[in-house]
Write a protein that binds this ligand. Sequence first.
Ligand SMILES: NC(=O)c1ccc[n+]([C@@H]2O[C@H](COP(=O)([O-])OP(=O)(O)OC[C@H]3O[C@@H](n4cnc5c(N)ncnc54)[C@H](O)[C@@H]3O)[C@@H](O)[C@H]2O)c1
Length: 273
Amino acid sequence: MGYNLLKGKKGIIFGALDANSIAWKTAERVHEEGGEFVLTNAPIAMRMGALNTLAEQTGSEIVPADATSIEDLENLVEKAQEILGGKLDFVLHSIGMSVNVRKGRAYTDQNYAWTEKGWDVSAVSFHKTMQTLYKKDAMNEWGSIVGLTYMAAQRVFPDYNDMADNKAFLESIARSFGYHFGKEKNVRVNTISQSPTPTTAGQGVKGFDGFIAFAEKMSPLGNATAQDCADYTVTLFSDLTKRVTMQNLYNDGGFSNTGVSREVMDAFVKDQE
Ligand SMILES: NC(=O)c1ccc[n+]([C@@H]2O[C@H](COP(=O)([O-])OP(=O)(O)OC[C@H]3O[C@@H](n4cnc5c(N)ncnc54)[C@H](O)[C@@H]3O)[C@@H](O)[C@H]2O)c1
């Protein structure tokens, strides 16, 4: 159900790969709330053509951009304003990738060229996106920028590998840029720390099935789905959260503040009555 929360608002949505992507669900939800946007992804990710379906479904145009390339980002920000007819109100950065994770390289045996690629794609691309928007003065006042993160930035999840460090870097960039964007342009910047979610990126992490099942049992409200994340993002793009900025916001069913749950304890109790 729509509430017209984003009527008249324009933006850019990065990172929709397929129908499981958090960005895909968010695009559908933003469309439902009356927002208009340009969809973007890395040229290589668009080869399978799934994004065209989403573009048709939401009446959007696609502008390819590798989020690590300033040239691509400048082109994207210019084209998006042309297509949408003015400055932007919201931007979703839904991008993450670790080559070490992909190639099964242990955290204690990093290939540093891959480590560097991972932090450029997963964290610095957020800075590059915001710097491009900032320099081009492309955001409207009271606009909202959201990045997606995971709690491995605060606590150790061994198989999350170097993505944990990339997420800590991403969250720090959100705070640091959030200050400047707030001060100079009244734009807010936040990260959403999302439950494990069955997407292409999520399932790339070793032991994902066990991990998502554990998180489900630990969280009093259960894991937040991609759909829940889309809903939360809509509130952050809306005018109802105007002074929420520089925050890392948990959308995780209570996982991050739960020490242990009854269900997890039960799995360790041998003799139950
Ligand atoms: N799935 C989870 O369990 C989970 C949990 C918490 C946070 N997150 C975060 O959510 C975000 C979205 O991931 P998802 O789970 O929807 O998976 P996904 O695989 O659907 O999306 C990741 C996207 O990043 C894009 N990407 C990779 N390199 C890029 C580049 N150079 N330029 C532009 N785009 C590039 C991919 O093409 C893809 O669309 C990521 O930041 C991820 O770390 C995911």
